[in-house]
Design a protein around this ligand. Structure first.
Ligand code: HEM
Length: 359
């Protein structure tokens, strides 16, 4: 999994991401665009819930209750899509193996690699079609909804903090200008955008809890943790803890500026080495998509800021101005923590660059 998402592979797929602003995960994973974001969100929502049937086993067999029905519905929506794509990609892999050039089909697709593993007789570990389907769901649910959740929170924070928004916009215009669209390589020169990404993950980690199983009895702060215990690490709470962060409830991305400014948290990164900021987990099971997710998020945010003004609308469709132009920051519970209400705003195109994005 880490090899599939290492820096080299992710870099090789950069052209594909440039063509495809939306649905990058779908393109990288399946080689085509599949609108399964809603399915991914449903999967994560149901993961975060519990069912009575988990506690009263006989009910499970009887398939009573809405929970079981929802699981079946998700499966019935997802399975035909993935069956069809597997069939198509298996054919492409076979043709390529026979030396054929398959016109019009992208290469480097993750699913192809998994299918090649599955067919490889010399592989020590056999991977089945069911496991491939499971991995695809994992990638989609881990990679699609969490990114959408993070982008929505970042935009909401920027809308509610016009001072920060202005600073970021100035940075994008100073570094990239208005004659071309910002791209992934530019983000290296956009420290303010990168600080926004970190601050968003700190205040709104899309996956609020990281879990581990204790493999050996140990003692932490006087608490004995028995072997086999499930440990839930509350990333969300730590990101808002005044013990670690100055004014944690204020969206103050400057704390993450690497040089200049306030920058007191500048050296803290998202790679699981700083335990006060673990939105991608830590250790061997940490998120392999961290590079992809953070660079895509920075590019997408920068391009939206470069091209659009986002106007807030009231429930009856009126454009709100000044202090009233705020969006709600209410959260919804689940395995991810998305906004309770969809972020509804009117994008107004800015500058010449917008025409490029819109075309
Ligand atoms: C905003 C974006 C994302 C966030 C916040 C996020 C967060 C996380 C977290 C917290 C974990 C658990 C880590 C642990 O237990 O230590 C995880 C695991 C995982 N993530 Fe992500 N992720 C994101 C994007 C992605 C993307 C883009 C991909 C793939 C394309 C991806 C693939 C995975 C996979 C496969 C795992 C399971 C790793 C394993 O169990 O070994 N994630 N992610």
């Amino acid at each position: 999994m880490n090899d599939l998402l290492n820096a080299t592979t992710v870099n090789k797929l950069r052209p594909l991401r440039t063509q495809q602003i939306r649905n990058t995960i779908s393109m990288m994973m399946l080689g085509e665009v599949e609108e399964i974001r809603d399915i991914a969100r449903e999967v994560l929502k149901i993961f975060g819930e519990y069912s009575l049937t988990d506690f009263i086993w006989p009910l499970k067999k009887l398939k009573v209750g809405k929970y079981e029905k929802r699981i079946d519905d998700i499966f019935n929506k997802f399975d035909p899509v993935i069956e069809r794509v597997i069939k198509k990609r298996r054919e492409i892999v076979k043709r390529r193996k026979n030396g054929e050039v398959v016109e019009g089909e992208v290469s480097g697709v993750f699913l192809d690699t998994l299918l090649e593993f599955a067919e490889d007789e010399t592989m020590e570990i056999k991977i089945t079609k069911e496991q491939i389907k499971g991995l695809v769901v994992d990638f989609f649910s881990a990679g699609t909804d969490s990114r959408a959740v993070a982008i929505e929170w970042a935009l909401a924070e920027l809308i509610n903090n016009p001072r920060v928004l202005q600073k970021v916009r100035d940075e994008v215009y100073n570094v990239v200008g208005k004659d071309r669209l910002v791209d992934e390589a530019d983000t290296q020169n956009l420290p303010y955008i990168r600080s926004i990404v970190k601050e968003t993950f700190c205040m709104h980690p899309p996956l609020p809890v990281v879990k581990r199983k204790c493999v050996e009895e140990c003692e932490i702060n006087g608490y004995v943790i028995p072997e086999g215990a499930l440990i839930l690490f509350n990333v969300w709470a730590v990101g808002r803890d005044p013990k670690y962060w100055d004014r944690p409830l204020e969206f103050r991305s400057e704390r993450f500026l690497e040089s200049g400014g306030e920058g007191e948290a500048g050296p803290i990164d998202l790679r699981g080495q700083h335990f006060q900021l673990l939105p991608f987990g830590s250790g061997r099971r940490m998120c392999p998509g961290v590079n992809l997710a953070t660079s895509r998020m920075a590019t997408l945010l920068a391009s939206l800021i470069q091209c659009f003004d986002l106007q807030v609308v009231s429930s009856d469709g009126q454009i709100l101005k000044g202090k009233d132009a705020k969006v709600s920051m209410e959260e919804r519970a689940g395995l991810t923590v998305p906004r309770a209400h969809n972020l509804v705003c009117v994008p107004l195109a800015r500058a010449r660059v917008a025409a490029k994005l819109l075309s």
